[in-house]
Ligand binder design. Structure first.
Ligand code: HEM
Length: 483
């Protein structure tokens, strides 16, 4: 009663919530991003949606998002605690769902490790290019063997999986024996699918109840089993590191686990009590890096390939640019400045695929006022990046693929502030630097080496499957060598 009739009146307007399930019943027949878009058109740039019985204030205006999440960032730095996450990781742990100093110190540490492993320098580029080259060689080998139909998503998937695995654990997956990758990937997929489900979005506080209902009990059990398998995978990696590591050595760590264990050891040795680098935090952080770092980038690359197949003139323009500035060698970051059209194609792929249909919810850390509404501390709040990137005010003809929108009159690439696939502010994507590197190097090199097309009789629908991210319906493509 309190929520629906008293609290609701104090919050920005929004669709009428039903008791217990709030507005999530709408997601049963319409994808969540379409619902939110529709409500935005009806209720405006500041509105409230009920996820189960939890109200979520949702912001759609780009300038307001910057004023709140960037200029007044600390007020929105909290993270909504979604109880279903406790299936995957203990509450309030890891990098995505932690808060306070635990989050701040671990986020800072992870970014430092990424930098030490070479992000922003040539070393990380080389790591990524190794996987780009392996993918190119594999594709050429398949073509020589007479393959005419490629399930290319699987190949992008294992390439991106290998990069995050080599950063976290120090090795890449084999293409000849994919069992280990497939096993690890299963839990990533499950988190993404489950994280986008109605059940997840509704049952914030009622998990225990649903765990005993027949249909949900099975789903619950299946997820628990796969999570146990993934934990086993993580424990195996950490155990191998522990066995081989010299904690006293001054040598630069070569992966995240090594860096973490050494840091932990240093703090323990210095006698620092209750530091935020616990064993639980290590596991939850690894899970977050693996899941957030794998599925997102692989799926964005899949959309990029689909868009350039569906827009052959874009593919030709990218390739013409590469012929002019690169030739048949491997494209590197040094070429980026010349490849304006390729940069615009990557940007437009990210915008149009609109990977994250509902951003990860934040929560306010103090009372705030937004456009006259008084929003109390601990309210769930969200900068809705996907409506911004489909907003006709910022991107006319928003549902069409048009890389030219990111080129100025001199043909130079520019990224407007409304292009925010990684979100903005202090909780923006931790992997943005790595993801940008991967997206550019894979896109440029694949388009330079190959021509992509449809397989006769197997058109690519480009249908959007919306869960916690938006993936394309299964597709295959044809490939030919350009050089
Ligand atoms: C958070 C997008 C790749 C790790 C996020 C958020 C978005 C996002 C929208 C939520 C931001 C917010 O709360 O406002 C993407 C996209 C990617 C990508 C579109 C690729 C195309 C990666 C990669 C990694 C990563 C490669 C890791 C290596 C994380 C982590 C967070 C996060 C740890 C939580 C940050 C925090 O709460 O402080 N990402 N991401 N992401 N991402 Fe990414």
């Amino acid at each position: 009663f309190h929520f629906y009739f008293i609290r609701r009146r104090q919050l920005p307007p929004g669709p009428f919530p039903f008791p217990f399930i709030g507005n999530t019943y709408s997601f049963a027949h319409t994808p969540i991003d379409t619902c939110v878009q529709k409500w935005k058109d009806e209720y405006g740039d500041v509105m409230t949606v009920f996820m189960g019985h939890v109200p979520m204030v949702t912001i759609h205006d780009s300038k307001l998002i910057y004023d709140m999440f960037v200029k007044d960032g600390d007020a929105y730095i909290g993270r909504a605690q979604q109880r279903w996450n406790e299936i995957f990781r203990p509450a309030h742990t890891g990098l995505i769902f932690s808060e306070g100093s635990l989050w701040r110190d671990n986020r800072r540490f992870a970014l430092q490790v990424f930098r030490n492993l070479g992000l922003g320098r040539n070393i990380m580029q080389e790591r990524v290019l190794d996987d780009v080259t392996l993918l190119i060689d594999f594709t050429k080998k398949e073509l020589n063997a007479g393959t005419t139909e490629f399930n290319f998503f699987d190949e992008l998937d294992i390439s991106v999986g290998s990069i995050i695995n080599s950063i976290t654990f120090g090795y890449r997956f084999s293409r000849d024996n994919r069992t280990e990758f497939i096993k690890a990937k299963k839990i990533a997929t499950e988190q993404v699918l489950f994280g986008g489900s109605i059940l997840y979005r509704t049952m914030e506080e009622h998990r225990e109840l649903f765990r005993y209902l027949p249909f949900f009990r099975d789903t619950y059990q299946m997820i628990m089993n796969h999570t146990a398998e993934f934990t086993e995978f993580l424990s195996g990696q950490v155990a191998t590191h522990r066995k081989n590591i010299d904690l006293e050595s001054d040598e630069e760590p070569t992966d995240y686990v090594e860096a973490y264990l050494k840091h932990q050891h240093k703090l323990d040795k210095e006698g620092v009590k209750d530091h935020p680098f616990s064993e639980t935090q290590l596991y939850s952080g690894l899970l977050d890096l693996w899941v957030a770092g794998q599925e997102t980038t692989a799926t964005t690359l899949a959309w990029m390939v689909i868009y350039i197949i569906q827009n052959p003139e874009v593919q030709k323009k990218c390739q013409a640019e590469m012929d002019e500035f690169v030739g048949d060698r491997i494209v590197t970051l040094d070429d980026k400045v010349n490849l304006n059209y390729v940069n615009a194609t990557v940007a437009e792929s990210q915008r149009l695929c609109n990977l994250v249909p509902i951003n990860v919810p934040h929560r306010t850390t103090r009372d705030v006022e937004i456009r006259g509404y008084k929003i109390p501390k601990h309210t769930v709040i969200l900068n809705q990046i996907s409506t911004v990137m489909y907003d006709e005010r910022y991107f006319p003809g928003a549902k069409t693929f048009k890389p030219e929108r990111f080129l100025d009159e001199k043909g130079k690439f520019f990224a407007p502030p409304e292009l925010m696939p990684f979100s903005v502010g202090k909780r923006a994507c931790l992997g943005e630097g790595l993801a940008r590197l991967e997206l550019f190097l894979f896109t440029a090199n694949l388009l330079n080496q190959f021509k992509f097309g449809e397989v006769p009789g197997k058109p690519i629908t480009g249908e959007r499957i919306v869960s916690a991210t938006t993936a394309p319906a299964p597709w295959v493509c044809s490939i030919s060598v350009r050089h």
